[in-house]
Design a protein around this ligand. Structure first.
Ligand code: SF4
Ligand code: SF4
Length: 410
């Protein structure tokens, strides 16, 4: 296929220009999980950049093997973090997927994922069915009868940790201490359906810190799955709707999932997008807020989105240092992706599970009491891996942990 067949010369030109930033030094190679696994150039960042440039210039066709090398990328963006030339790999990847997707339909599992994230009612119904199957013992039975068998979506569903019943949020919450400002909360499609606890704990912490919290009803999915899957028009449509939903007198849009925050930064929203942990960590501690002492060890999983895109993963440590006596340590192998990576865990389950196993092996000798992470996808993936090992270490959001230790003002 020649570039003209794509009918998008400007897309090809952008890819070519971005790829030209790469000086082919190879310094990113040892940091790339797929290169480490395969040790072949085409599975490296430098190789993928060269493949996309050749595709954009018409030197290569969009053959299945080329597509496979691009699709194998976790989009962890570790390569971007370590690149001395400042290659914008994430942007290049999204444009490359856009070029590739012009002539193919996404895989069935991906199509289903894309449909679900833009239909919150469907997601909530699915979450309720999962909760019912877990509470009735059906999920456990399914796990025992068919371990490792059946479609990947079913296997992933059966291995999910126990989920809370989805709860709706109010549209407005007043501050519970002296008012400092007003923020809007981004709920996220998956978080709203399966992680209402993180959202309500984040609202509670923001209120303790003096913030009034609004939850705009018209907000939509962040569009990350669409953007990374080459569905640019749909991602832009969601961004437009979110620009309207969050237009208001807010100091910040607070996001609990670092993956969503990374995508929302691209959406040109009318108010600054802030990771919830970073936002709270930079606030002066309110005089009225008392905190209990801790007596446990907590391991911090730093999601790729927080490390390599938001560059905010370090903010968790000073925040948790407010809890006296709490032992906090980074989860082992923290600079490597856990394998969740958006829809990656559905598309490449074996490699996603291998990456997770490596990470969980790091806590075998010194298991923490709990694990905290700021990304819902990582939390579910890690917790499922622990459940499969009959290991019941909880994986929670850092603000859930903080809220537990805060003594509610009387
Ligand atoms: S992406 Fe950056 S680190 Fe990797 S080969 Fe290119 S210039 Fe070097
Ligand atoms: S984003 Fe991650 S998996 Fe993809 S090329 Fe870069 S380092 Fe490798």
């Amino acid at each position: 296929m020649q570039p003209d067949d794509f009918d998008s010369p400007s897309l090809s030109r952008q890819i070519d220009q971005l790829a030209d930033q790469c000086v082919k030094c190879g310094l990113c190679l040892p940091h790339c999980p797929t290169y480490q696994a395969e040790l072949t150039e085409n599975e490296s960042p430098r190789g993928r950049i060269a493949l996309l440039q050749a595709l954009a210039n018409g030197q290569l066709e969009a053959a299945p093997r080329l597509r496979a090398h691009i699709d194998h990328c976790l989009l962890c963006r570790r390569c971007e973090r370590v690149c001395p030339s400042g290659v914008e790999y994430g942007r290049l990847f999204d444009l490359g997927q856009q070029l590739l997707e012009q002539n193919r339909r996404p895989a069935r599992a991906v199509r289903l994922g894309l449909a679900l994230v833009t239909r919150p009612a469907w997601l909530r119904t699915l979450a309720r069915l999962i909760v019912l199957s877990q509470r009735s013992g059906l999920a456990e039975l399914g796990r025992r009868l068919g371990p490792g068998r059946g479609p990947v979506l079913l296997r992933r569903g059966l291995s999910l940790p126990r989920l809370p019943w989805p709860r709706s949020l109010a549209s407005h919450y007043p501050a519970t201490s002296q008012k400092r400002g007003r923020v809007a909360l981004f709920t996220g499609c998956v978080s709203a359906a399966v992680d209402s606890r993180t959202l309500s704990d984040t609202i509670a912490v923001l209120r303790y810190f003096g913030f009034e919290v609004s939850v705009p009803a018209a907000q939509q999915c962040c569009g990350a799955l669409h953007a990374h899957g080459g569905q640019h028009a749909q991602a832009e449509q969601l961004a437009t709707l979110n620009r309207g939903a969050f237009a208001g007198d807010f100091e910040a849009i607070i996001v609990t999932a670092s993956g969503c925050a990374s995508q929302l930064l691209e959406a040109a929203l009318p108010v600054p997008v802030r990771d919830a942990v970073s936002f709270i960590a930079e606030q002066p501690w309110p005089d009225s807020l008392r905190i209990r002492a801790g007596d446990e060890t907590v391991a911090v999983h730093e999601p790729c989105s927080a490390q390599n895109v938001l560059r905010s993963s370090g903010d968790i440590y000073p925040l948790l240092a407010h809890i006296p006596g709490l032992q906090v340590m980074p989860l082992g192998d923290n600079t490597t992706c856990c394998g969740a990576a958006g829809s990656y865990l559905l598309r490449y389950p074996a490699f996603a599970d291998q990456l997770r196993a490596n990470k969980l092996a790091s806590i075998k000798d010194q298991p923490p009491d709990r694990i905290v992470t700021t990304n819902i996808g990582c939390a579910l993936h890690l917790q499922s891996g622990l459940v499969e090992q009959h290991n019941f270490i909880p994986v929670i959001h850092p603000l859930t942990l903080l809220r537990e230790y805060i003594e509610a003002p009387t």
